[in-house]
Every structure is written in C-alpha cells, then in structure tokens.
Design a binder for this molecule. Sequence first.
Ligand SMILES: [Zn+2]
Ligand SMILES: [Zn+2]
Length: 422
Amino acid sequence: MSKSFLKRLFQAYYHENIDKMVKPNSFQHREFGFIPWDKEIMIRHVGFNKLKNLKNFLITNVPQHVYSSGSLYEMPNNSQMSNKGYIGCDLIIDIDVDHFFTPCKKDHDLWICKECNEYGYGMISKCSKCGSAKIDTLNWICDNCLEIAKNEILRLIYNFLMPDFAINQDEMKVAFSGHRGYHLKVENEKIRSLSSDERRDLADYLTGHNISFQVLGLKKIGYNIYGLMKENLGWSQKIVLEIEKILKTYSDSQIHNLMDGFGLNENVITSFLNSKNLFLNTINNPNNNIWNVEGFGIKNWEVFLEGIVDLIGIKIDEPVTIDIHRLIRYPNSLHGKTGFKVIEMPISELRYYNPLNTEEKSLDPMVFYSASNTLKIKITSLEVPQTIIKGETFGPYKKGDIVEVPNHIAVFLLAKEVAVVN
Ligand SMILES: [Zn+2]
Ligand SMILES: [Zn+2]
C-alpha cells in the first residue's frame, strides 16, 4: 500500500518536472537501468536515441530507481555485455558513508541480528551477542555524515584529481546521491580510455593502498635513513605536509595517541616526541632528508608512514571506481529509498552545500517538501532514529507509534520502509 502511494507521488513528480530532466553528454551511448516498485530487480540494457523517449518511459513506467552507465556503447540496449560495442567509460567515484566509519553512526545506524534478534547502534560486522554475521541494518541520514562524505569529495577533487591528474573543474560533475553520499563523474577523454587494470591503479593511488615508500625515496644507506621530500609532488608531498600539519597543530598527547593507534611502541613514540622540533626543521629543509630518529629503523618508519597514508587516502568505494559496467543514479531522478531527488551540481557549488538544509531551490532534494500538508503514519520498524531535515527534528520513534508528520518526512519514512500509511 505504501509502495503504490509512493509510486503515485513519483508519477506526479515526473509528470510535473519532466522538462527538467537533463541530458548527459553522449546520451544515446549510455545504458539505462531501472528498478520497478513491484520487484527488487534491475532492468538494464536499455538505451534511448532521444531524451524524449526517456521522458516517456519515466512518465509511463514510473520506476522506483533510475540509473545510467558511466560507460559508452555503440549499442547500449544489446543484452550481451560483449556485444554492446564498448567505447569507453567515464571515471565514477562513489563516496558513501555506508562504506566507512563515522563517529555518529553509533547514534543513528541500527543493526538487528537475524539469528538472535539482538539489536544495537553502530557499525558492526558481527552480532555482539551470538557472533552471527547475518545482520540487518537500518542506516540513517545525518548532516554530519553527509558533511564528512562531502569533505572527502572535496579532498579528492582539490588534493588529488586536479593537481595530480590535471583534470579541469569543468570536466567534473558531482551529485548528491539522494541518500548517504555523493558521486563524482569525470568526463575526460584520456580517463575514458583507461583499462580496468589502469582503473585499479588509479583507485590504489587515490586510497593510498599498496603504496611503496621505497619508490617515494625511503631508504637506508650506511647509518643514515633518507626520508621523503616535500618538493616531490604527489604522495611524497602529501605525506610530508600531513606530518608537518600534525606536528604543528597537535599536542604531544594527541601525537602520542595517534602513533599508538598506528601500532608504534612507547619507547619509539617518546623518542619521536623528543626529536619533534629537529624533525620539523628537517622536513622544511629542501637540502636535508636524513630522517635519523632514535629507535626508528626502516620498519618503524614504514609503520608510521602507513598510518599517515591512512589519514590522507580517500575513502572511495573501490569496486565502483574499477567496474566499467556500473550504473549510477540519474540526475534529477528520485531515490526510491528516500524520495529525495538526485542533485547534480557544478563543483563550485559543493563547498557550502548541505542537501538536508538548503535554501537554493534548484539544489534542494526535498521535492515533496510541505510546510502545511501532513500525513498520519504508523511506525513498523523496531526503532527509528531521529531525523533532522531543514533544521526540524522528527523522532526518534518506536514500533507502533502513530505520528502525524509533514508530507516530506512521511515520504522519507515510507520510502525507508520503517512506516506505513495509517
Ligand atoms: Zn545475534
Ligand atoms: Zn552521522
């Protein structure tokens, strides 16, 4: 019943806004995918010659989710991947808080064990009571999580893609996914032609996985250890700048905790803190990269640098970046699990953007917003975390609660499948 209710709302949305559907470049070479309301399967291998045909499809079929490919094909509607006539693939980088730790998940991400019904909050891989890995999760939207995801995208753009790959601002488009993250699409001829292996290398570069400190210059010659140079662009510079920032802005006890977290022992940490100022001078001297600190052999330096790399590496969803057959949400379509609009925007809009509270109409995902219309719904999920949208707080709720909430909140809770129309 909730689904047919949502489908009717989606239909009204597509009907009223169909002229606002955008046409990405190489439109006729993109593969489309749809998930209908009645079954959770992806209908893919669909192609459209004209935007008009996509529009008709959306109004007639009203899908729950709409996707299009990063890849370009001669025949996107051929059902065999190998017969589609692959041309190339835009780089798509997905940054979604589902895939990494954020501190506030302990307040808003619920898990329920399928084996023993134990439940709790936070990001876990196994039930804390029976150890089963069969876990249902209820992940919630949150300003703070979205801010963390946004900052990862900004670092990705300004600290990696622009300086290290010479990608221009106007070759990148960023989109709020309609739920817990962002994706970035890079439309650049050189990148478009990368093979899967090259995409894997690129993903490794962005995350810092498999980094070789020897290649970056870490080596022992005689009694001296030679470290990385700030003057060497790319990872060397990123690492040295991060170390410099930490040494200049952290207290000794913060540095101690950080190094402890890296897995370095007490003596080594004390020795490092004693040489802190000397080491700061060294990394700021372009003529000196001798990193002799008592207790630090190559091994300990590697542990230390590995820890620093973890801080800097971008938390991308690697499979999405590597997979050339992936589909991504279509701009201005609706996310069927939230009722929010997928918002594509120029990079310049991103820095101050908050999808859950924006004044800018064209960037507002809350298409069902209403200040006056309300709807009565009944909570069906064990617990529903607090939802904060446009500065207003709703919930938390418990199973069985009957609440009257504004239209857009009702749509969100129904789409999240934690409530039904009462
Ligand atoms: Zn359990
Ligand atoms: Zn959060």
